[in-house]
Ligand binder design. Structure first.
Ligand code: SF4
Ligand code: SF4
Length: 246
């Protein structure tokens, strides 16, 4: 009897719903402000936002950003300013995803996706250059072969930048103070950031409404539903046998 009672918790757990996510086949949705791998953004007309000012490199506590600016060619400017980011590199062997670079950037050029599942087999792959960081013609992250993208983890690349834009000043909450992004336009502000306006239910709703629908999202959701249906069928068959153990 004593030995059987030792299994009581184990047996109880066998009949509880499973909370495990089948990673890496399936990923849980991440909050909009998660700091993942970076992107270099472009304006809605396709011009690059980076002006090569090096503020991001100066503020980076891990010293993992290298930027060189250059004068814009008058006949084919790359950015709207006098200069643009000619060289831009981030060393992901050192980055701690603090997002200080994002907060320091005066033009919202550098922001982060929600992706953190990426690994490298050599040091060169760990150093992302403009070729990897600059968003494509749809405003999306250029997905590298060693990165595990599932769904729209590059839907909300500027969430942290927008969340910190009011700098804690209630007078600026809810005011759009950022430019449009290629492929996404001008993003909505995140509400519920100050104690005065905080309503937990509403804040969660607002965060959900600023999430953009994407075909990839729909596809992933369908895959999850199909997976859940399969699990239900399997569980239906398994429970009677499981009941036999009890
Ligand atoms: S997230 Fe932090 S550590 Fe990474 S590049 Fe930006 S400032 Fe540096
Ligand atoms: S990403 Fe922003 S802070 Fe960094 S060099 Fe470009 S414009 Fe300056």
């Amino acid at each position: 009897m004593g030995a059987l009672s030792g299994f009581r918790i184990t047996i109880q757990q066998m009949f509880r719903p499973r909370l495990t996510t089948e990673f890496p086949k399936e990923k849980q949705d991440k909050p909009p402000r998660v700091h993942g791998r970076h992107v270099l953004n472009r304006y809605e007309d396709g011009m690059e936002k980076c002006i090569g000012c090096e503020l991001c490199a100066g503020v980076c506590p891990a010293r993992c950003i290298y930027v060189r600016g250059a004068d814009n060619p008058p006949d084919a400017p790359v950015s709207p300013g006098e200069r643009y980011g000619f060289v831009y590199e981030i060393n992901y062997l050192r980055c701690i995803h603090c997002d200080m670079c994002v907060e320091a950037c005066p033009t919202e050029a550098i922001t982060e996706t929600k992706l953190f599942e990426f690994s490298f087999v050599d040091r060169e792959d760990a150093i992302y250059t403009k070729r990897e960081l600059l968003v494509d013609d749809d405003g999306r992250a250029r997905r590298q072969p060693w990165e595990l993208w599932l769904g729209g983890e590059d839907d909300e690349t500027s969430a942290w930048m927008r969340a910190t834009a009011p700098s804690g000043n209630a007078a600026y909450e809810g005011k759009v103070a950022w430019s449009g992004e290629l492929g996404f336009g001008v993003r909505a502000p995140e509400l519920g950031q100050t104690a005065a306006s905080w309503d937990e239910g509403k804040a969660v709703e607002d965060l959900q409404t600023v999430r953009l629908e994407s075909p990839e999202h729909d596809e992933r959701d369908r895959a999850r539903e199909a997976h859940a249906d399969t699990e239900d069928d399997t569980d239906d068959g398994a429970h009677p046998a499981g009941g036999g153990h009890g």
